[in-house]
Design a protein around this ligand. Structure first.
Ligand code: GLN
Length: 243
């Protein structure tokens, strides 16, 4: 056993795991292990309690509309604790459907409006929404590259979604589109950053293809739990994988 450990919750990992979003946890573990940190994994799914104080990192992956509606319903019971986790600066990665459900609502492909938990300020509308100024009846699918405006880092991934997400006042984008569609195919934004929450439409998974982001989030998680240690230097000393 290592001297240090982080507890990871995989929210609805049995239902929301498009294109192997679980790989984000494998990537995090890959880096953690090299600096002597154990990762304790816990699946938190339908009917389970989510205790905000118990976790150092949370992954909430993507899913099809059908699974997403089932999860949306159950998530209401966890909303208070999820909000507390986020407002306490807990690091969280939300991908695609998971990203959508942390916002106010999402519109399914068939037009059904599904309530999110509104712990973040974005909303997701439907590709057929007549209010969209750039409207096409297609899913936003393909390879995507974005640039993070604060760090200058470029992130690579693959997107496949019909939902069009629009960020709220308190949120900033994970990056600006270099190529691809992003949150809505209109405003050049991709993903979200709010406190220590990262949201994205990237599959691939994002942490395996963009080791710099994985290391950044791992640094945040470890510094929050063990503030007296210079985790950034430890992680800088090991190679960063990008694909
Ligand atoms: N069902 C959602 C959409 O198409 C989410 C898809 C996903 O998570 N890949 O917008």
């Amino acid at each position: 056993m290592a001297d240090y450990s982080i507890a990871v919750a995989h929210l609805y990992g049995d239902l929301m795991n498009t294109y192997g979003d679980y790989g984000n946890i494998i990537a995090l573990t890959y880096y953690a292990k090299q600096i002597g940190v154990d990762v304790d994994y816990q699946l938190v799914s339908l009917g389970d309690d989510f205790d905000a104080d118990q976790y150092d990192f949370v992954l909430f992956g993507g899913g099809q509309d059908y699974e997403e509606t089932i999860v949306a319903h159950d998530l209401q019971d966890k909303a208070t604790e999820v909000k507390q986790y986020i407002e306490n600066d807990g690091p969280l990665l939300a991908v695609c459907g998971g990203f959508q459900l942390l916002g106010h609502y999402m519109m399914m492909a068939d037009g059904t409006k599904v309530d999110g938990i509104g712990v973040m300020d974005h909303y997701t509308t439907n590709m057929h929404d007549p209010k969209l100024t750039v409207r096409n009846n297609e899913r936003l699918t393909g390879n995507i590259v974005i640039k993070n405006n604060e760090t200058g880092e470029e992130y690579h991934g693959f997107e496949n979604h019909q939902g069009r997400t629009f960020l709220g006042e308190s949120e900033r984008a994970l990056g600006t589109i270099v190529s691809g569609n992003g949150n809505n195919g209109m405003d050049q934004t991709e993903g979200v950053i709010y406190r220590n929450v990262y949201g994205s439409y990237f599959h691939g998974p994002i942490f395996t293809r963009n080791g710099n982001l994985a290391k950044r989030v791992l640094t945040t998680a470890l510094t929050r739990k063990y503030p007296s240690i210079d985790w950034q230097s430890k992680l800088n000393a090991i190679p960063t994988e990008t694909f």
